[in-house]
Ligand binder design. Sequence first.
Ligand code: SF4
Ligand code: SF4
Length: 168
Amino acid sequence: MHIKNGKGKHINTKEKTNKQKVIEKFKNNRNCNGCTKCCEGWLSGNIYGYKKYTGRPCHFVKSDGCSIYKKRPQDPCRSFKCEWLINLDIPEWLYPKESKVIIKKENINNIPYLRVVEAGEKLSVEILNWLLLKYINDGTNIVYHINNGKNWIGSKEFVELIEKNEKK
Ligand code: SF4
Ligand code: SF4
């Protein structure tokens, strides 16, 4: 099917969007596949004495991936798996390399929650909507970082704990 956009140009609606391509690529077979988002400094860690944190990528990350891949340490490198990789409740289109968001599972006083971290771009409205629906539909507790600000939604108990923690 062809339709015209506002400039009168034909758009082939059969052409696949990036989002559709990602969904098809990873269906039932998720792997990092060239993503290095967790190495790029959006998450903190210490690799052989070199610290990584927001604004400071891992000392060993290069444009084509990890330069010490076979010698990368167990913690954090081998053991870290983002939620997109292991949790099929997280949709394919949130592949970190494309969506520019990393989702981690964390706990506060044994209450689990998802931590959602911007990884190169401001959280999109689409992702914020998805987070809100996730909370509404299954009660998932969520902390999300946007423009360096920390925000949260979740159960009363979870919200009280986070707020208490923030005041410390
Ligand atoms: S952010 Fe997730 S998908 Fe990307 S490299 Fe890390 S574990 Fe793999
Ligand atoms: S050592 Fe390699 S796998 Fe570990 S954070 Fe650095 S680039 Fe990523």
